[in-house]
Design a protein around this ligand. Sequence first.
Ligand SMILES: CC(C)(COP(=O)(O)OP(=O)(O)OC[C@H]1O[C@@H](n2cnc3c(N)ncnc32)[C@H](O)[C@@H]1OP(=O)(O)O)[C@@H](O)C(=O)NCCC(=O)NCCS
Length: 319
Amino acid sequence: MLSHSDWYNFVERLIRLFHERDALTAMLIARMTPTEFGAVARLIEMQNANPATQCLHSGEHAGEIEAVFQKQPALQYVIAQEDGAVVGALGCEVEDGRGYLQGPFVDGADFAITAAALWNALQKQAPLPDRCDAFLNIENQRGATFYLSLGFKRGQGAQVYVLPATALPALDGPPAHRFTPQCSDGVRALHALAFPDNPLAIDAFMDPDDEDHRLFVCGDNQRCVGYVAASINDSPREGYIDLLAVDAAVRNQGYGRRLLLTAAHWLITEKGMPQVGLTVRDMRADARRLYQRSGFQLLYTGVGYSRENGVGRRNDRQT
Ligand SMILES: CC(C)(COP(=O)(O)OP(=O)(O)OC[C@H]1O[C@@H](n2cnc3c(N)ncnc32)[C@H](O)[C@@H]1OP(=O)(O)O)[C@@H](O)C(=O)NCCC(=O)NCCS
């Protein structure tokens, strides 16, 4: 025999199911095609302008986001449309066997229903890698609830900093040297100690013919004691400091600042970048002090969410 409250819950559930069915029947979920590039880029620009809906590292300006859609086949999006208008989008970029999620971005439709439908569609489109990461503005509560409900685990906080070209400090000593293959072993050994979660990340910077990636090193009696890895980003269009580390035995002697400023000068003065960005985890207090002292300004605070084979792990994309 059903009690009054059981009946009430049953009827409420039925009503909710009808609402969800209505919302979904009016909505078209599909893979993004070039026809929708512009509309999706505008949706992302609008959502990323608001901390409560912002997904970090997914672009800020519609023109730049659209250019990335054109040139990056590894970035796949699914979209939600109502009456021909794009009301939702969720993307995933697969890199080195890991999936970096962008979104969910939803405007003008129920967030929970649309985000769930986009997630299902993204998985149907192609199997997602075992390890998936999302990086949201700390104020994006609805995004956090979404990923936690899917079994993602909340990782550490991380700060996004930017150095505008106009604030570039002068190099107060000789610049660091450009990487040469003789330093490979030394750089790899330093990198493995400083970033044990991401041991292969350094290899992408060792190709001397790659104009968009560069590695600089500092030496002490022929020994490599520090390195910085920098690259050119398309969206936002900026230089980026990907990795920076100094041997623990020679810290607090100015190597870190020299490496950082050498990379910033290459990006701004030589490559013409309007600014230099970087992301640093909460726990790296030494690095944060160095960046602030070198003219970098805090732009956003974010939180990583990760899932691996259904088991949560912390986000480690940040330097
Ligand atoms: C972050 C890191 C690269 C800094 O390297 P570093 O060589 O120690 O950096 P610097 O020497 O330029 O600056 C560090 C401090 O030494 C001080 N310093 C520099 N030269 C000095 C000198 N000759 N005498 C005394 N102090 C000096 C600086 O003023 C600075 O002080 P502060 O922290 O109070 O601002 C280093 O700590 C590191 O490798 N950490 C682990 C990896 C990491 O966190 N990487 C960054 C990821 S985002």
